[in-house]
Design a protein around this ligand. Structure first.
Ligand SMILES: [Zn+2]
Length: 361
């Protein structure tokens, strides 16, 4: 059954499948948890912008994010995506063109999603958000066994389950998630960020800090340590969507876009990173449609929650812009893609979905 599934995926993705990839030396992955493809490609949703019964500030949404066309709305929401990435990178997942990007796992929530992204294996045994150490090897862990990546692969995230998803103990990766302080020799900035994360409002009442803390802790680490593989796991979008706050959800997406711009501008102005680094941006799952408040939710009971998107920019990526090709790709292809871009083949003990050919070769 599983075998057949992989074969069918492999064949359906044969268009993308390729052994040749233009090479990068570093990879940066950013995820925005549960951010819908509908907003990426269409900006603010008209139903949610003009829902006058809404408990969130629809007037704020109208003022900051509304415009009469989808092309204008998406540019308002994600200006970096719809300038730099659209010009020089690729955006997959606009279903209006038949360009599909999906979860291959059947669960459509976070741990199975991040497992799929980083292990390349939509393992049906990974079916809970509990802090269970992941038995599947992830691509950062795999690559960090090569001397050139040893000690150079790091994970930062707002959600305190990333340590389990990346199996911190076994993988030996530096993982800074939840409200954990960064340790070791710290700059003055890093000391302040450690303090601020505890002093900022604990909006989500769990083990999840605000993305503003995660971004700055990770970005300062990037500047001081120059890792070759770094993950920024952002989560505000999902939390605000669950809370039904469309205004804050869009705000979080826009702030993430601005952080991604900062990361990219840093990459392209820093020797060692410049023109040698590919940036991959995606999400762990989709969400439902606006009608019936389904946009707030995800999981296998929400029909559209397995619909996603991904974007990439860098020397290994052809400047296709928004892909309008009829195609089907999966989140689980990202792990092998990361390795292929670095000139490696990802060969863990479990099956892996094939790499995407982002270079167009
Ligand atoms: Zn969620």
């Amino acid at each position: 059954m599983l075998q057949r599934f992989f074969l069918s995926v492999l064949f359906s993705c044969s268009f993308f499948f390729s052994f040749s990839q233009a090479k990068s030396e570093n990879i940066v992955v950013v995820t925005m948890d549960g951010l819908r493809w509908q907003e990426i490609f269409g900006g603010a949703d008209s139903l949610l912008t003009y829902d006058t019964t809404a408990k969130y500030s629809y007037k704020y949404v109208q003022k900051h994010f509304w415009s009469s066309t989808a092309l204008e709305r998406r540019k308002k929401l994600m200006p970096f995506f719809w300038s730099e990435i659209a010009d020089k990178g690729v955006l997959l997942g606009n279903r209006n063109y038949g360009n599909y990007f999906n979860n291959a796992n059947p669960y459509w929530f976070s741990y199975p999603g991040y497992n799929e992204i980083f292990t390349g294996y939509p393992d049906t045994a990974v079916n809970s958000n509990d802090k269970i150490p992941n038995k599947n090897e992830n691509v950062f862990e795999y690559l960090s066994k090569f001397p050139e990546f040893k000690g150079k692969a790091v994970v930062f995230g707002s959600w305190d389950v990333f340590a389990s998803i990346f199996n911190e103990k076994r993988s030996g990766l530096l993982v800074n998630d939840g409200f954990r302080d960064l340790t070791g020799a710290l700059t003055e900035k890093q000391k302040v960020f450690n303090e601020l994360q505890h002093e900022a409002p604990d909006l989500f009442h769990g083990g999840e800090r605000l993305d503003v803390a995660t971004f700055h802790i990770a970005f300062e680490y990037m500047k001081t340590h120059k890792p070759r593989l770094i993950f920024f796991g952002l989560g505000d979008t999902d939390e605000f969507a669950h809370a039904g706050m469309y205004d804050y959800y869009l705000d979080a997406a826009q702030k993430s876009d601005a952080w991604i711009r900062q990361i990219w501008e840093y990459i392209q102005s820093t020797p060692g990173y410049k023109d040698r680094t590919t940036l991959i941006i995606t999400t762990d799952h989709g969400r439902g449609l606006a009608a019936g408040s389904n946009w707030r939710h995800h999981g296998s009971k929400i029909a559209e929650a397995g619909e996603m998107w991904m974007a990439a920019i860098g020397p290994s990526v052809k400047a296709e812009g928004e892909s309008k090709q009829k195609a089907q790709a999966y989140q689980g292809q990202i792990a092998a893609t990361i390795a292929a871009i670095l000139g490696k083949e990802f060969k863990p003990a479990h099956p892996v979905l094939p790499a995407l050919s982002l270079s167009g070769k």
